[in-house]
Every structure is written in structure tokens, then in C-alpha cells.
Design a protein around this ligand. Sequence first.
Ligand code: SF4
Length: 101
Amino acid sequence: MSVERAAGVEGGALEVWIDQDLCTGDGICAQYAPEVFELDIDGLAYVKGSEEELLQARGATTPVPLPLLTDVVDSARECPGECIHVRRVSDKVEVFGPDAE
Ligand code: SF4
């Protein structure tokens, strides 16, 4: 699915989460979208909440701001651990990431 299509009428609001069990800690996501992803001292990447705090609960999600959608999608595509999951908020269907169709 294209970024434009996911962000358009069909897509609606998106959210992203990281499966830390597969994260290699290379930091690519934090380079692409530092507003959304950050490495913690444990060497793993986490999504950030509205106060820029790291969300460390398993499967924690954060909204994907539209201006950052391309950066977040590129992160998911380049992620060596294949562990960045971008899904629709409305029905939890993954639109970018290893489980996207
Ligand atoms: S790009 Fe993927 S594997 Fe690399 S730090 Fe981010 S979540 Fe972990």
C-alpha cells in the first residue's frame, strides 16, 4: 500500500508500535523519525508518548502524525529486525510492517 493511500480516505489515523523482542538496536528508526522513536539505555527502540516519554509497556502504541508518516513508514521498511508495526487506529489492521498484506 502506498503512503498516500494509507493516509487518505481509506486509511484514517495510524498508530505505530515496536516489538522489542526482535529489535537489533541499530537505531535506524530513531534516525529517520526521532520525534517518534528513541533508543533507551537497554539498547532497544521504543515509541514516544505525547510528553516525549518512552512507552515501554509491551505493544504500546503512539499516534503517527501525518507530517511524519513517510519517515515512520521508511523506518518500518528499513528496520532490520522487521519489528516496526504501523496500523490503522480504527480496526487495528497493519498497513506497513511485517504483518501488512
Ligand atoms: S530500526 Fe528496528 S531494529 Fe533498528 S532500532 Fe529501530 S526498531 Fe530496532
